[in-house]
Write a protein that binds this ligand. Structure first.
Ligand code: ATP
Ligand code: MG
Length: 564
């Protein structure tokens, strides 16, 4: 793993990068009018935070320079692709805040044109049908230091190639029996130019074209030509494709395409404690190790959304990491930092107790209920206030009490006074325990003169606790999330990724929340005061609320920076 990045470019700063510089120069020189970009997901899984970086880059550039960005499904492998993925990808791009408008495309829209261009290459003597198996093609490809060997079928005549290619399309041959290869150069120092495969036989139904085709173009063949058809000016992809660029350019130069797109490569996003591989994420889903693609521990966009991360936080993170030409790994703490920054500004504060212990205020009248007006968000006066019921019996956090307080423990203890936030000062008089010695109840008295949380005589308790009225509280299942992996570099040193899975990445507790949360919509994130940000889960039912802890309140990014 490479070193984490030490710098944090400010999201507010002018976020120019080398790709934006190229676009600006292309506009200045008149090479293009406005940029046309595309985001080209293969619908073989759900989008993840790495894709979010690419989405922000492609849609961001288009918007900033007055162009547009296409959403193009790279749907050329029907064996792995599904409608569920197509739907989730569209939902996720929209949720991130981007709009492709009319510009929704599919590589499969171009199958007929791609086929015609393949025929063109055959006629020009630049492609041939090969009978070698996939293994034989691999074995004869050569290595970085040795040239490959020509296929025995490389010399096939145009007519025979045309006939065989037509029969491949017609379904005469089984999977793997033949392929169409470009005829370029088996001795090229670039392995991608050693007669790359353009078409494979795959007898499989396609989500969009059904059984119309049994030959499918490879990524390399379909991608650049789709860019050309769509008038894409800047085809932006990740670094591993730089060795494919000569083939990208060769195909564009040797086909009668209507437009010449260019490919640019940037560093893919990598994050500590995170694996961004669709194949591995699919394995987690299929093995039942997570609740699905949208499990709140998954780095998928749908998982982050269910976790309670706002789209704005993800976009700001993408801006902050910037666009680089060299691979590096970013701290997941930086993502969390941007998420907290947004949640702190936007989320309503609520009272929730996740490990409850009962408080009984013995001098508070039995049948009295007082209503406290509590500010929804101190960062946002327009968010207003809400009524919160206060009564004789309350829930507080178990770890806000210590019978024998440690030296720096200032919260509730026998004989000690603390403030209940927005309510009263209370003093603990008596501790009630069960047969096992576990505290079951704290009997306290309150000072009626401290309503609202201030004392007329200037007494200032050292601690302020959150609470929920027991008579009004709503029980809730609360799912506490931690990293999916125990290590910042999962799978390093050849370990199996599964070995590094964090067995404690999800902990379920049962607590109580204030009644205002009964109406929390799934996806709504609030701050439970003093505890962190929590998001109502879609599993919530009336009377059986479920909240996911998005993040605790503690921002570790500053610490990471100091260390760097
Ligand atoms: P796979 O290689 O497993 O198919 P992929 O992550 O490359 O997966 P695609 O659907 O092909 O999946 O990706 C769509 C776009 O997102 C591509 O342009 C790709 O370069 C970009 N992308 C994928 N992963 C990252 C990442 N970690 N950081 C930035 N961009 C990414
Ligand atoms: Mg890919």
């Amino acid at each position: 793993m490479s070193e984490p990045n030490a710098e944090t470019p400010s999201p507010a700063a002018d976020h120019r990068d080398f790709i934006r510089d190229i676009v600006a120069a292309d506009i200045a020189s008149g090479r293009i009018g406005v940029p046309v970009t595309r985001f080209p997901p293969e619908p073989n899984g759900y989008l993840h935070i790495g894709h979010a970086k690419s989405i922000c880059l492609n849609f961001g550039i288009a918007a900033e320079f007055g162009g547009h960005c296409n959403l193009r499904f790279d749907d050329t492998n029907p064996v792995k692709e599904e409608q569920e993925y197509i739907d989730s990808i569209q939902a996720d791009v929209r949720w991130l805040g981007f709009d492709w408008g009319e510009n929704l495309f599919h590589a499969s829209d171009y199958f007929e044109q791609l086929y015609a261009w393949a025929v063109h290459l055959i006629r020009e003597g630049k492609a041939f049908v090969d009978d070698l198996s996939a293994d034989e093609i691999r074995e004869t490809r050569g290595t970085l230091t040795e040239p490959g060997t020509d296929s025995p079928h490389r010399g096939r005549g145009v007519e025979e190639n045309l006939d065989l290619f037509a029969r491949m399309r017609a379904g005469e041959f089984p999977n793997g029996a033949r392929v169409l290869r470009a005829r370029i150069d088996m001795a090229s120092p670039n392995i991608n130019l050693r007669d790359p495969v353009l078409y494979r036989i795959v007898h499989a139904s396609h989500p969009r074209t059904g059984d119309a085709w049994c030959i499918y173009p490879t990524y390399d063949y379909a991608h650049g030509q789709s860019d050309a058809i769509e008038g894409v000016t800047h085809s932006i992809c990740t670094l591993e494709f730089d060795v494919h660029r000569p083939l990208y350019d060769w195909l564009i130069a040797n086909l009668p395409v209507p437009h010449v797109p260019r490919q640019y490569e940037f560093a893919r996003l990598a994050l500590t404690y995170t694996v961004l591989s669709k194949r591995f994420l699919l394995r987690l889903v299929n093995d039942g190790r997570v609740r699905g693609w949208d499990d709140p521990r998954m780095p998928t966009i749908s998982g982050l959304r269910r976790r309670g991360f706002p789209a704005e936080g993800i976009r700001n993170f993408a801006t902050a990491v910037g666009v680089a030409k060299a691979d590096s790994t970013h701290e997941v703490a930086l993502l969390e930092h941007h998420v907290r920054e947004v949640l702190n500004r936007t989320s309503h504060r609520r009272f929730g107790v996740i490990d409850p212990v009962k408080v009984v205020i013995t001098n508070f009248p039995d049948d009295l209920v007082e209503t406290m007006e509590v500010v929804n968000n101190p960062e946002d006066p327009s968010a207003g206030e809400r009524p919160v019921a206060f009564g004789r019996e309350l829930w507080i956090e178990r770890d806000d009490f210590m019978e024998a307080p440690a030296p720096k423990f200032f919260r509730l203890a026998p004989g000690r006074e603390v403030r209940l936030r927005n309510a009263y000062f209370i003093t603990c008089d008596e501790v009630v325990k069960d047969a096992d010695g576990r505290v079951t109840e704290l009997r306290c008295t309150y000072d009626p003169a401290t309503r609202g949380g201030d004392s007329p005589d200037g007494r200032r308790p050292k601690a302020t606790l959150h609470w929920v009225s027991a008579a009004h509280a709503i029980p809730a299942e609360i799912r506490l999330y931690d990293y999916l992996f125990t290590r910042p570099d999962p799978g390093a040193d050849g370990r199996d990724l599964l070995e590094d899975l964090n067995p404690a990445s999800e902990a379920i507790v049962h607590g109580y929340v204030e009644p205002a949360l009964a109406e929390a919509r799934p996806g709504e994130t609030v701050q439970f005061e003093r505890l962190g940000y929590f998001c109502a889960d879609p599993d919530s039912r009336p009377g059986a609320l479920v909240f996911n802890r998005a993040l605790t309140l503690k921002d570790t990014w500053a610490k990471v920076q100091a260390r760097g």
